[in-house]
Ligand binder design. Structure first.
Ligand SMILES: O=C(O)CCC(=O)C(=O)O
Ligand SMILES: [Fe+2]
Length: 355
């Protein structure tokens, strides 16, 4: 192991197997009906196509919690540009990247010591918010009403970094709202049922960089976890490494890169809103000794003020609410906190709110 920091070493049962199964069954969904019917209005002659799409998405959310989309409307040149600035930024010397380091007060910018489940991830990240301004609670303490603004820190190099990130955020946000409508439809809800929750959205985009790793069988790029927000829209490059815990048998399966596609996964909040109809599925990232890898998740998160609970339309006497209500802002802040300190206890999870 040489000089590798033991903080990276996964417990035996969480280490990746040398051989991984590639997932055959993860649904690949063609969103072109959305391009034909961008407004998804009810009197649209294409609405049967949209209803069929909603059914397809509902089945993917239920059976996998993950799916890939093509013909999603995000221009490929917009994606190429952010991939290119991400490469340029992470190739800079560490001391230059650290000029935009995040800290406990402001969780945006560059960071290279993130821990997942108290084990260090083999990665570097750069985070920025989609909304400016974005507010989150100043602390996770329930009685503390103060808010902090998350202030984006933009590096000087490459010079086009900020504009490229802003353009990308705008395009992926459009896709996020469309997916949210389809997911609402798939649950039998009015299509704009979720929209109000995102008025003060705390959505952020992360540029992930996974350097080649000398101990790929002992460490992980990101340890096993579920995404805490509503929905994640992930662009991965062609290296591969994302593994999903298959619901049918609990095996870790690799999500094979599909050029220009996005990987969508249901986060914990949709699990709670749907009262467990849809499940947020565990995933992790395997690294390799030869290739560096880049990925770009868009974490679609509601406003800090939102109370997350099972939707009243989806609960009844036979199917009572499985979760107690919680405040998203406090949950988010508690999660962020555990990123900085290697806490001895497990960080906050939705099952802590389970009835
Ligand atoms: O890099 C990836 O493929 C996934 C990263 C991820 O799961 C995350 O950042 O939450
Ligand atoms: Fe994730």
């Amino acid at each position: 192991m040489g000089e590798v920091d033991p903080a990276f070493i996964q417990a035996l049962e969480h280490r990746p197997k040398p051989q991984t199964i590639t997932a055959e069954g993860i649904p690949l969904i063609d969103l072109s009906p959305l391009i034909i019917s961008p407004d998804q209005s009810d009197d649209d002659p294409n609405s049967p196509l949209l209803s069929a799409l909603a059914v397809e998405i509902g089945a993917a959310c239920k059976n996998w919690g993950f799916f890939q989309v093509i013909n999603h409307g995000v221009p490929s040149h917009t994606r190429r540009k952010i991939e290119s600035v991400s490469r340029k930024f992470f190739s800079l010397p560490k001391h230059v990247k650290k000029r935009v380091s995040r800290d406990e007060a402001n969780p945006t910018g560059y960071y290279d010591t993130e821990h997942t489940k108290n084990v260090r991830d083999w990665k570097e990240v750069f985070d920025f918010t989609v909304n400016e301004p974005t507010f989150i609670p100043a602390s996770h303490e329930p009685d503390d009403d103060r808010l902090n603004e998350m202030i984006n820190q933009w590096p000087e190099n490459p010079p086009e970094f900020r504009d490229v990130c802003k353009e990308y955020a705008e395009e992926v946000e459009k896709l996020a709202y469309k997916l949210l409508q389809l997911i609402a439809m798939s649950l039998g809800l009015e299509k704009d049922r979720f929209a109000g929750f995102f008025e003060k959205q705390t959505t952020f985009i992360r540029l992930n960089y996974y350097p080649p790793c000398p101990i790929p069988d002992l460490a992980l790029g990101v340890g096993r976890h579920k995404d805490a927000g509503a929905l994640t829209i992930l662009g991965q490059d062609n290296v591969g490494g994302l593994q999903v815990k298959r619901k049918t048998d609990g095996e870790w399966v690799l999500v094979k890169p599909t050029p220009d596609a996005y990987i969508i996964n249901v986060g914990d909040i949709i699990q709670v809103w749907s009262n467990d109809e849809y499940e947020s599925v565990e995933h992790r990232v395997k690294v390799n000794s030869e290739n560096e890898r880049f990925s770009i998740p868009f974490f679609f998160n509601p406003g800090h003020d939102i109370t997350v609970e099972p939707l009243e339309e989806l609960v009844n006497e036979r199917n009572p609410a499985k979760y107690n209500a919680y405040n998203w802002g406090k949950f988010f802040t508690a999660r962020k906190r555990s990123n900085y300190k290697k806490l001895d206890v497990e960080n906050i999870q939705i099952y802590h709110f389970k009835n």
